[in-house]
Design a protein around this ligand. Sequence first.
Ligand SMILES: [Fe+2]
Length: 341
Amino acid sequence: MTDFVRNQWYVAAYSEEVGEPLLGRTILGEPIVLYRTQDGTAVALSDRCVHRRYPLSLSGRDGDRIVCGYHGFTYEPSGACVYVPGQTRIPRTARVPAYPVVEQDSLVWVWIGEPERADAGTIPRVPWLSSPAYTTVRGMEPLAARYGLLVDNLLDLSHETYLHGGYIGTPEVAETPITTEVDEGAGIVHVRRRMKDVECPPFYAKSTGIEGRIDRWQDIEYHPPGLYLLHSRIAPTGVEPGPDGDDSAACHAEIVYAITPETANSTLDFWMVARDFAVGDEEVSDYLAKSNHTVVMQDVVALNALELAIAGEPDGYQELSINIDTGGLAARRLLRKLAGA
Ligand SMILES: [Fe+2]
């Protein structure tokens, strides 16, 4: 069981999800309501009215304020209550917690923990998502499984061969060993798998148009707890980056997952695929969106089943780990360290 890691930034939503309507999300067990003020600022407040705990996300707005849909308690974006019904005196404790919010790279990050410890400079950047040189498709799937299972899943891509055959999995993925490195200072796990002269899976053959065999790189960067980057490089066999680092003859897909724990046994699985090939090509976007959604759902079904399988096990149940698990085990170690800090 991986504990929650508090005092961290988590992706609460995509920028386009936050607007005039009130959006309810639960993060680390905390109910949160998100919306955008009239000047465009994203706001995150506790989603429970101080009066009788009614969800503010089911309420209405009056300009930048939220008016509780049950008895009309009215809140400023700061969380301060400015109106209660039937009396002029507003109780001193009438305030809902406001969460620090940072919106960048088309993601809305929310700080879960002590607000005075929030430092926007520690949020990892994801520049591809808002770069005109890339086209991105994305979605979000709720997962009925603890977030640690998604971390394990993403750090060990050998499962592609078995769970995602016909999409992104080929025999060579499971057969090719990985190298794992932990940057202790930065707290990042790197897992690399470099495949030479291998089969091109349909996901990349159809989207890049590359025919024949490829060199395929999977370079993972996991920024615990909430952000996972897979730098995927696909090139016809033998095509190498130039001595000046120019790699424009290859295709690059930046696969991004924001892993946001919802409750102890559920997770928000934000998935994104940014590409520097077929930029703006809607047919390719449709294909990649559909294919990646299928791949994500294959994982969702598997991890939901895994959650049910392990939920009844006593703590400290026996696992057997092998070489493919070095990335996942390193991630668990960093998560334990962060949870204890
Ligand atoms: Fe998967």
